[in-house]
Design a protein. Structure first.
Length: 376
């Protein structure tokens, strides 16, 4: 495989490009600016011990993603890209009432079992009371206890994407702006057209997030990826140094996490059926801030810096879609990560890069292949 075009420069596309260029492949990325691109809007939480998903295939991906980050972050630093926002800060899964408090023990047992199976990103586990939790996260409301997961990590999607692209450029990546249209010859994909320029390729990877169905429609292929709007609030607390505060997770799937030096992120809505309606809504902002204040009342005095909007690419079974398109062995797709794009995306990009190269992938990918529900 000598020449590959990657459509999309989000976290997944950037990772595909990075891993291919490291193998000496000539890679061109094509990206167009769209409102609501998910990588720029989201917040990344990598916590194999904290996920409450009941999908084994999702949990396997989360565990593999954490292991991949343990290799990727130092490797990017060797490539001169050390600003990724990835940091181990720990996580508190908090109980806001007695019912949730009764579930903490079960979550502890699940996390202990995953750790015993060799899953990384868990570390020390303990049940902590209200006072101990507030020592870790001073803005916390009164709670009914929490599960502490010491090795959970967070990352900044924009920084990590830029680091991947920067490192890939050092390995020869060529980047182009515009909309890429698939080029067909005798029913086979042979590259893309960007404006008036033809780019021939041995393979094309679609990593266009919530917009991934569009290029496949040109081939008469219907793949069930739909956008889900998320609204996420960014706050600042100039009087605090929030960098090392742990991630706050809840049983309602809302979260709070922090970044240097005094930034706090609270999210997020999950607006199924939103389409590509790019706008803030009063109800959405109210939901995000209300959920944040219910768990961290000390955030009420924070400055509301901005509210971002991102469109998550959702698949019907809430699992990513990764691999070659049936009937088009030169065309690959990497999308469908839903709200876990930043958590899983870098590892998914690495797996798809291996698929493009014909290499062995580091885990069984049968549950994620596009043919599982794709119709032509």
């Amino acid at each position: 495989m000598r020449n590959v075009v990657v459509l999309g420069e989000g976290i997944v596309g950037a990772s595909v490009a990075y891993h291919l260029t490291r193998e000496g492949v000539r890679v061109t990325t094509v990206d167009t600016t769209r409102d609501g691109q998910a990588t720029a809007a989201g917040a990344g939480i990598v916590s194999p011990g904290g996920t409450t998903s009941v999908l084994p295939d999702f949990n396997r991906l989360m565990a593999a993603a954490f292991s991949h980050y343990q290799w990727l972050i130092p490797q990017l630093a060797e490539d001169g890209q050390s600003e990724t926002g990835f940091e181990t800060v720990g996580e508190l899964l908090v109980a806001l009432n007695n019912d949730e408090q009764s579930q903490l023990g079960e979550q502890l047992s699940v996390a202990e079992q995953r750790r015993a199976e060799g899953v990384g990103g868990i570390g020390e586990l303990s049940l902590v009371d209200d006072a101990a939790a507030r020592e870790m996260f001073p803005a916390l409301s009164t709670i009914h206890g929490a599960l502490y997961i010491a090795d959970a990590a967070r990352l900044d999607g924009r920084l990590l994407r830029n680091a991947l692209l920067g490192a890939a450029e050092a390995h020869g990546l060529e980047r182009k702006s515009g909309t890429g249209t698939l080029l067909l010859e005798n029913g086979k994909v042979h590259g893309v057209q960007v404006g008036g320029e033809r780019i021939d390729a041995d393979a094309v990877v679609l990593a266009t997030g919530a917009w991934s169905a569009e290029p496949l429609a040109e081939l008469g292929i219907d793949i069930p990826i739909v956008p889900q709007r998320g609204q996420i609030a960014h706050l600042s607390m100039p009087e605090q140094v929030t960098r090392h505060w742990p991630i706050i997770a809840t049983f309602q799937r809302h979260y709070v996490l922090t970044f240097p030096e005094n930034r706090v992120v609270a999210g997020a809505t999950r607006e199924t059926g939103s389409g590509f309606d790019y706008r803030l809504t009063a109800g959405g902002v109210h939901e995000v801030l209300g959920a944040a204040f219910s768990v961290a009342d000390g955030l009420r005095a924070a400055t509301l810096s901005e509210v971002r909007i991102g469109f998550r690419p959702m698949s019907p079974d809430n699992l990513p879609i990764l691999g070659a398109i049936p009937g088009h062995d030169r065309l690959f797709i990497a999308t469908g990560h839903g709200p876990a794009g930043l958590s899983l995306g870098a590892h998914s990009g690495a797996m798809v890069a291996d698929m493009v190269l014909g290499n062995e992938v580091d885990l069984d990918v049968s549950a994620y292949l596009p043919g599982r529900f794709m119709t032509a």
